[in-house]
Design a protein around this ligand. Structure first.
Ligand code: G3I
Length: 661
């Protein structure tokens, strides 16, 4: 039986090598002249954007497909003698394009019978004609394209022969037990080249149902009407092939039938865990090893391949994860066990730490080696997420992609390859090549700014770009308490952003250096603003001036300016102007601060002016005295006409207070 497949297998291997690159299960299976297949979920198959890994995984791993639903009676003949082949034709075309063969599932079954047929009250003659027409039309349509058909599916009762070995169904009830033989006769006539199968579940071991199946196929084989038997193999984890399976396979084989595992899945009770996954891996190994040991076993078909699309959770509550690939299309231990049992080995793991660095019309890529990899495929796309095309291969852990368009962003993934196949893709990275090194600088205008309490001020932050078009995120640090910063746009791809610094009514006054930081494209740059927070406009900066006439007699006069301050004063000038009445002249001046004060006296015929200039820091305190002294010859001085003026700086803001004595 294997020999009959030899030519077909050679063709398969050629198609594989030429069109698919490195394949996995199917490559290993082909060495055994074995078909490895899966049921195809039509929704996932057609959702190429939503399920971008469905078709590539299918084509990479399998050399046989079977339609999970779209080649059943209700799908192909939804109205009497009106056939809908389009969806199945699309699957067949995909299979042919990818060097895969197709199993036909199924022609006659008690399930998924269209309403027109189920409710048609057809008599025996009519039912036979309907059956013949369906089988003939379908098989002729797919002749040469479907290598094997499940002609009759699940015809044997689960009741161990009670009341009879066959399941009651539309076909059994309407035609009688010989509907099965008729179906196989019609099938043989319709396409003599197709392998004809009887397919069922729970017929794999020993007992009433396997025995009934054996009797059934024995009779059909004696008439030359059947070529194979399909063991569905819907199993529960953990599963191990038993001696009963072996005895049954041997007796079927001795009939001259070929054997296919047609709907293999090994469901586990959820939640999944690593122990169950290992058990499941052993279970899959057991089935694969068994099949390889049977000369008659020609195919292992799983009922789906990714746990994302499986009939199990919808039918067996609390069970799932029955297939070799997980919900994300990643191979599970079951997959590795499957592959290892076929004598294949797993491909390397995907590369990690992929980094892309842009250059002039090129992008340099580096990554961390994958153990066992002999080369790497570097794949590029101009859209995030792909589709990716091969940009080149490398036997090292770097690659320079040249000849690129500056200013265009390119997306990359890398996969690792060895003799066993190709890994999944690495995480994606991107880079935008440009003529020079990408950078930007920041500047602030103005870069000194005074903002009073309760007010705000602005500065324009300019972003000077060199080969850099990316977004820059701006932030401000070093803000005094009570001062907030906002940018009119951040992140920004523009060349400037306006910074607003707002001081609350109680913001801390004084000088501060505000640092503006821009980040983008992996770059960080800064500029600074010298900020002064001034006192609010309605107060005196916490400085109280008290004019005091300390002495006023016929012979001596002293007028003081006394200062009290509640916060640091950084500059102060005091001016006292004395009227120069007849006989009056200056007799001195003093202050109680001392260090940092420069004193001076100037006189005209009308005034005597005492000045005091302080520089330094006058910490909070009171009773600081600036005194102007005069003396004369006998007339009391009219002090009310004398004036004072004090100008000082506190909290970065200048104030002036004036008055008279
Ligand atoms: O197509 C209709 C859709 O139009 C409707 O909206 C939807 C609502 O439920 O139903 C859709 O049909 C479903 C069909 O799958 C296609 O998705 C049916 O309800 C659903 O019952 C049917 O289930 C299939 C089942 O056979 C039917 O018995 C499973 O997908 C399929 O995996 C399963 O496969 C069978 C094999 O053919 C024979 N051996 C057992 C195996 C598992 O039950």
């Amino acid at each position: 039986m294997r020999a009959t497949k030899a030519l077909l297998t050679c063709w398969l291997v050629l198609v594989l090598l030429s069109s698919l690159g490195v394949a996995q299960l199917r490559t290993a299976a082909a060495r055994h002249n074995l078909f490895v297949g899966t049921a195809v979920n039509n929704d996932a198959f057609n959702n190429t954007s939503g399920e971008p890994l469905y078709r590539p995984t299918l084509a990479r791993e399998y050399n046989m497909v079977v339609a999970e639903n779209i080649m059943k009676f209700d799908a192909l003949e939804p109205a009497q003698n009106q056939f809908n082949f389009a969806p199945a034709d699309a699957l067949v075309a995909f299979a042919q394009a990818n060097g895969m063969v197709v199993r036909g599932h199924n022609l006659i079954w008690h399930n998924q019978i269209p309403n027109w047929l189920q409710n048609g009250n057809f008599n025996r003659t009519q039912l036979i004609a309907i059956m013949q027409n369906h089988i003939t039309t379908v098989m002729r349509h797919f002749a040469g394209k479907v290598i094997a058909w499940d002609v009759v599916n699940e015809a044997i009762s689960d009741n161990n022969g009670n009341p009879n070995p066959l399941r009651t169904s539309l076909w059994f009830n309407g035609i009688g037990a010989d509907y099965i033989t008729m179906a196989f006769q019609f099938a043989r006539q319709a396409d003599p080249t197709a392998k004809l199968y009887y397919n069922d579940y729970n017929i794999e071991g020993s007992g009433g149902k396997p025995d009934a199946a054996f009797q059934l196929v024995s009779g059909l084989k004696a008439q030359g009407l059947i070529d194979g038997i399909g063991w569905q193999m819907h199993q529960i984890n953990p599963f191990t092939i038993s001696s009963a399976n072996q005895s049954n396979a041997t007796r079927l084989q001795n009939l001259g039938l070929e054997l296919s595992m047609t709907e293999l899945d090994i469901r586990m009770q959820l939640p999944d865990d690593s122990t169950k996954q290992q058990q499941q891996a052993s279970s899959y190994s057991s089935v694969v090893n068994f099949c390889l040991a049977q000369p008659a076993c020609v195919a292992i078909v799983t009922w789906g391949f990714t746990d994302k699309f499986s009939w199990i959770p919808g039918t067996f509550s609390g069970f799932g994860d029955a297939l070799p690939f997980d919900m994300n299309y990643q191979p599970k231990p079951a997959y590795t066990a499957f592959l290892n049992a076929l004598g294949g080995s797993a491909p390397p793991a995907a590369p990690t730490n992929l980094v892309a660095s842009p250059g002039n019309a090129q992008v340099q890529l580096t990554w961390t080696a994958s153990s066992g990899a002999t080369s790497y495929n570097v794949k590029r796309a101009t859209v995030s997420g792909g589709p990716f095309t091969l940009a080149g291969t490398s036997t090292t852990t770097s690659f320079t992609d040249t000849g690129l368009t500056n200013g265009t962003t390119f997306f990359y993934v890398v996969s690792a390859v060895n003799a066993n196949g190709e890994s999944a893709n690495s995480a994606q990275v991107s880079a935008t090549p440009s003529a020079g090194t990408a950078n930007f600088t920041l500047s602030a205008a103005p870069n000194t700014l005074t903002v009073n309490q309760g007010a705000s001020g602005t500065s324009t932050i300019s972003i000077a770009r060199t080969n850099f078009t990316g977004a820059v995120t701006l932030s401000a640090t070093g803000l005094p308490s009570g001062v907030t910063a906002s940018f009119n746009t951040s992140p920004t791809t523009a060349n400037s952003s306006v910074l607003t610094l707002s001081a609350s009514a109680t913001a801390t006054t004084g000088a501060a250096t505000v640092t503006i930081t821009g980040t983008g494209g992996g770059l960080t740059n800064t500029t600074t603003i010298a900020l002064t927070v001034g006192m609010g406009g309605t107060n005196n900066g916490g400085v109280t001036i008290t004019p005091v006439v300390a002495s006023s007699s016929n012979f001596f006069n002293e007028e003081d300016v006394r200062v009290a301050n509640t916060q640091n004063v950084t500059a102060m000038s005091v001016t006292i102007v004395i009227q120069r009445t007849t006989g009056i002249s200056s007799s001195g001046q003093y202050n109680t601060i001392g260090n940092g004060v420069t004193q001076g006296i100037s006189s005209t015929s009308a005034t005597i002016t005492d000045t005091f200039n302080f520089t330094g820091t006058l910490t909070p305190g009171s009773g600081r005295i600036f005194a102007a002294q005069t003396s004369g010859t006998g007339t009391a001085h009219p002090t009310a006409g004398d004036t004072w003026s004090v100008t000082y700086t506190t909290g970065g803001q200048s104030f002036t207070q004036t008055g008279h004595f």
